[in-house]
Design a protein around this ligand. Structure first.
Ligand SMILES: *Cc1c(COP(=O)(O)O)cnc(C)c1O
Length: 467
């Protein structure tokens, strides 16, 4: 059988990769030395690499392969669409059937009066759209001075200049002139790391009220919007205390600023509902979507706007768009993906069946000596590694040392789990079965054991002094 994967030996592929391929968020020289792992094919929740390993992907790629790998319907939808109409733009008063159908479907699925979709090819692009969109909205309403967008430290909203500025990753801001002006950041609701002596509920309120303080500092008439992920993903799956979102909703309502929910990870079943905004019970004016929208089978993202925001924007020519806004193949694949999520009962399963099972097993990780807290909503979860649970202590070693060590053990045990600093995170395909969940836990426990042994052997179980 001929396949797309070649029979080129792994070392040769790695050498060519190192010579010519530059990887995102990677120190190229380090990777060149080690050799990148070459993934050759995948099915369900499993990846194959060029050395013949079968790897359980507990990250669904980059949080996106919600329906799992190898769904023929999606390949067929793409093939059919490519033969019928591989491309046409949606500029200049034209449209096509896939964009129409997908938009109508998204309007049906999205909560409240979020009924209007502006397309991009990624989450980064969609958040760039949002930045211009909210400012244009206020300009059209006669308040052009409303320029400020408030976000949060350690948020992730993408990697382009606009979306990376909206995000709150200091390492990203340090390179290439970000953040751009007009964006302010408040602290994140990460109780484990930053809650001090406050209860989670007190801390959640305190962090939410930073939004109010920031609005007052900037001037309530100068603020356009607040943007946040319902649950921070790339920041380490930070589940906010229950008190947090109701207070944020109160504040955006009171000051009349727009709320942008970045649903790029939380959307499309990840939290057990179609959107994280439903799980967190918030009412955004705009939602950012990407990733699970197509389960990663095609690059597509977008913004879903409320009736009111869309009506204001539609009153002018919004001088913005991408060649591939509403790409017909991407739209056709996304539409078929939504059908699968719905008809196969995948979102319901995350809420009522395999989701609760995963959550139960995940919570038991706190029995491990290296694990402080375990937090999970739907199928996105994280654990905090700690040298001292009772004190919620960080490691004395550089942040990320223990996390990286644990991730390397996971890799060696054919489990993909990611680390963010010293938090380990999972976000598996939503189709993961109970027995695969059991395998996930056996391998995670084993990896934690091995990391624990290594940390002890290297004298790294020392706690950092309390701040
Ligand atoms: C991944 C991500 C983005 C950026 O999406 P890209 O498709 O990588 O540009 C934006 N927001 C959130 C919450 C994300 O997780």
């Amino acid at each position: 059988m001929s396949t797309i994967s070649t029979n080129t030996p792994t070392a040769e592929l790695q050498a060519l990769d190192a010579a010519h391929h530059m990887h995102p968020f990677t120190t190229g020289t380090e990777l060149a030395e080690k050799g990148a792992r070459v993934i050759t094919r995948a099915d369900g929740c499993w990846l194959n690499d060029s050395d013949g390993n079968r790897i359980l992907d507990a990250m669904a790629g980059l949080w996106c392969v919600n329906v799992g790998y190898g769904r023929r319907e999606l390949a067929q939808a793409a093939g059919r669409q490519m033969l019928e109409l591989p491309y046409y733009n949606t500029f200049f008063q034209t449209t096509h059937v896939p964009a129409i159908q997908l938009s109508a479907k998204l309007a049906e699925l999205a909560p409240g009066d979020l009924n209007h979709v502006f397309y991009a090819s990624s989450g980064s692009e969609a958040n760039d759209t949002n930045l211009r969109l909210v400012r244009t909205y206020w300009a059209e309403k006669g308040q052009p001075q409303r320029q400020w967008v408030i976000s949060r430290w350690n948020a992730y909203h993408g990697s382009s200049v606009g979306s990376g500025s909206l995000g709150g990753m200091k390492g990203m801001h340090a390179q290439g002139g970000m953040p751009i002006p007009g964006i302010a950041h408040i602290d994140q609701p990460n109780w484990w790391a930053e809650g001090g002596d406050l209860s989670p509920e007190e801390f959640g309120l305190e962090r939410a009220r930073q939004l109010e303080a920031k609005i007052l500092e900037l001037g309530p008439d100068n603020v356009a919007a607040f943007i946040a992920e319902p649950i921070q993903g790339a920041g380490g799956v930070i589940v906010p205390p229950d008190s947090y979102w109701p207070e944020i909703q109160r504040i955006v309502d009171e000051y009349g600023i727009l709320l942008i929910a970045d649903e790029v990870i939380c959307g499309f079943g990840r939290t057990g509902n179609w959107f994280g905004s439903q799980t967190m019970n918030i009412r955004p004016d705009i939602m950012t979507i990407a990733k699970g929208l197509s389960s990663g089978y095609q690059p597509i993202g977008g913004s879903i706007l409320s009736d009111e925001v869309a009506a204001v924007i539609s009153g002018t020519e919004f001088n913005h768009g991408y060649t591939y806004s509403g790409h017909p193949v991407a739209c056709a694949v996304a539409l078929e993906n939504l059908r699968i999520l719905q008809d196969d009962g995948i979102v319901d399963g995350v809420r009522d069946d395999t989701g609760p099972y995963l959550q139960e097993r995940f919570a038991s990780l706190t029995d491990h000596p290296l694990v402080g807290e375990a937090k999970i909503v739907g199928m996105m979860g994280s654990i905090a590694l700690t040298p001292d649970k009772a004190a919620r202590a960080a490691f004395a070693a550089d942040a990320g040392t223990a996390g990286f060590m644990c991730r390397e053990r996971c890799f060696a045990n054919n489990l993909i789990m990611r680390h963010v600093g010293d938090r380990m995170i999972i976000s598996p395909p939503l189709v993961i079965s109970r027995s695969e969940i059991d395998t996930l836990f056996e391998r995670a426990w084993q990896s934690l054991d091995e990391a624990h042994e290594q940390l002890k052997a290297e004298g790294l179980m020392e706690a950092a002094p309390r701040m």
